[in-house]
Write a protein that binds this ligand. Structure first.
Ligand SMILES: [Zn+2]
Ligand SMILES: [Zn+2]
Length: 266
């Protein structure tokens, strides 16, 4: 059985020198492949090097996360394209999008930052359109605006995933009817997250992908502790129960979906 962690940030594990034990624990939990998702210039080369050094285990993406957008966003965005000519190729552009949750209190600064996030998002969507690559979307309190900007970009919705999907069934149907999808974190295991479980069921098994978003969002049994890829097993177990299938089948389906979406070889 192979469970793929389709969205993870390993930077803190490298910094704390706990990468090797973390990967051992992941493997023991059948989490055998991990996609390291880039958030800004500072982690792209780290994740590139990890993908190069752990072929078949670690993969990477590059993108400027909305929470890393500042006045210098243009420099980061112009440095994106060359990665897609490297011998160790990124699987996708991301994570990119809009975040209305972590905005400054002052209304003028908040508006200015929203404008910058939107412009950085537009430009990165234009690059994704040119490259025709998968796109990982980060949307926090910004669902309708993210959908609108993707619609306007012409990006192929079949290549779009809203990671850490945290809306309800109506919103996921908006993605699905365009050809897009949502992927699910440990939030799926939280007792209060009925809405998100309904969204997962509404989307169905055909497009289901799961992720830790580690070190954030630990699933219920380890909630409050830093998350890590091994804990994806809890989310996989909860998803299997939700869909009324075995863990093995759930792992097989999400593995196949993730490989197809990101164009990963076996
Ligand atoms: Zn995110
Ligand atoms: Zn993330």
């Amino acid at each position: 059985m192979t469970i793929i962690d389709s969205h993870c940030h390993l930077e803190s594990f490298v910094r704390n020198k706990t990468l090797a034990v973390t990967l051992d624990r992941a493997k023991a939990a059948d989490v055998k492949e991990i996609i390291c998702v880039g958030t800004d210039l500072k982690d792209w080369s780290l994740y590139h090097d990890l993908a190069r050094d752990y072929p078949g285990t670690l993969h990477y993406t590059v993108g400027l996360h909305p929470c890393h957008v500042d006045e210098a966003w243009h420099d980061a965005v112009s440095a994106l394209s060359p990665w897609f000519m490297d011998t160790t190729l990124p699987l996708a552009l991301g994570e990119i999008g809009l975040d209305n949750f972590h905005l400054p209190k002052d209304a003028d600064s908040a508006r200015a930052l929203q404008k910058m996030q939107e412009e950085a998002f537009r430009q990165q969507l234009a690059i994704a359109y040119q490259l025709d690559c998968p796109v990982v979307i980060h949307s926090r309190n910004a669902f309708a605006d993210c959908v609108r900007l993707i619609d306007e970009s012409g990006v192929d919705w079949r290549k779009v995933v809203f990671h850490c999907f945290s809306e309800g069934p109506d919103e996921i149907m908006e993605l699905n009817k365009r050809g897009g999808r949502g992927s699910f974190t440990g939030i799926l295991t939280y007792p209060s997250a009925q809405n998100i479980r309904e969204a997962a069921l509404a989307q169905g098994l055909d497009r289901l992908m799961i992720e830790t978003d580690a070190p954030y969002l630990s699933p219920q049994p380890t909630r409050g502790k830093p998350n890590e890829p091994a804990y994806l097993r809890h989310t996989a177990e909860a998803a299997a129960k939700l869909f009324g299938i075995s863990l093995d089948t759930l792992a097989d389906i999400t593995e196949a979906n993730t490989r197809a979406f990101f164009g990963m070889s076996r």
